[in-house]
Design a protein around this ligand. Sequence first.
Ligand code: SAM
Length: 333
Amino acid sequence: MIPDQKEMWNRKHKEGEHTSFQDDPSSLALLAEPKFSEHSTILELGCGVGRDAAFFAQNGHKVNATDLSEVVIKQNQQRLVNLGIEFSTLDMQKPLPYPDSSFDTVYANLSIHYFEHKTTQEIIDEINRVLKPGGLFVFTCKSINDFHHGNGEEVEESVFVSPKGHVRHLFSISYTEELLANLFKIDLLKEVEEEYSGEKSVMIQCIAKKTGKKLGRAMKFTKSNARETGWDGLKLWVYNSKEDFPNASAAYFEVTKAHGRIKTTKSNRVYYVLGGEGVFDIDGEKNKAQEGDVFIVPKNTPYDYWATDGTVLRLFLVDAPAFDPKHEVKLDE
Ligand SMILES: C[S@@+](CC[C@H](N)C(=O)[O-])C[C@H]1O[C@@H](n2cnc3c(N)ncnc32)[C@H](O)[C@@H]1O
C-alpha cells in the first residue's frame, strides 16, 4: 500500500526543504532549453520551488508550472511574480486537464519517479496526449544505481517505500526505453551522477520526441495530431513521417486550386478521392476525379491535379515507401 504523498510534500515545502537551490536552474533545464523553439509552450509537472519554470520564463518561454503541493504553488505565486508563469496545483496521477496537442514540451525534473509502473505508464500516455506532434518530453528520474535503492520496502520492482513513507520508483535505462517505446523517439538518454540537495545522486536524464501512438505492431494517428501545412489553394494534414514508419505514410488534402506538376523518385502514390470534383493529369492524360475514385501514380511518373472551380477536392494519400522531401521533384519551374 502506497502512503498518501501530498501531506508529506506539503510538509517538506512548508519546512523550505528545497529553498537553498531555488535560484539555480537544474542541470536538466540547462541541457534542454537550447533545444526548445523560441517562445515555446511548456508544461512542467512537479515544479517544486519553481527554479526551472523561472529559468524557462526568463528565456522567453510560456510556462504552466504545476505541483501536487498547494503549499509550494502558493509560495511560488508570491515569490516568482512578473515572469508570466501560470502556477497551478495538479496531481499528475489524474488525467491532465489540458486538450490534446497543447504543449511544445512537457518537463518533469525529479517528479515522475513516485509511482508504481501502471500509474507511471498512464502518466506517460497523458503526457504524450497533451504534447504537440514532434513535441519534447524532458525528464530526470533517480536511477536504480542511486543510494536510495533498497531504502525501505520494495512494493513492486524498483519501487521502494522508505521507513518515513516516501515513495521512490527508481528508473534504469532499459526501463525508460520500455516506458517510452511506441510513443517517443529518444534523443538523449543517459545516467548522470550529480549533487542534489546536498547528496550525491545517480539519475537518468532523458529527452524524447513524441511520435505516433502505436497499437502493438500497428499505429494510430489522429487528425488533431497531424502536422497541418499547405499553400495557397491547398491545405494538407501529414499523419506520419518516414521516421514513424519508413514503409508508408498517410496524408489528407483539401484542394481548391491546382497542386502543381511533380513526380517522386522514390514513392508510389495512391490517392483516394473522398469528395469534391477535379482532374488528375497523369503523364499528360487528363482524368476526371470524383468521390470514390482511386488514382495510383507509380514513382517517376509526372502528374498534377486540381479542383473544379468552386469545389473542394478532398483526397487521402498513401505514399509507399513513406514520403521523403528529398525525392519529390517539382516540374513546373
Ligand atoms: C524532488 S522535487 C523536484 C522539484 C523540482 N522539479 C526541482 O527540480 O526542483 C519533486 C516535486 O514533485 C512534486 N510531486 C510529488 N508527487 C506529485 C504528483 N503526484 N503530482 C505532481 N507533483 C508531484 C512534489 O511536491 C515536489 O515538489
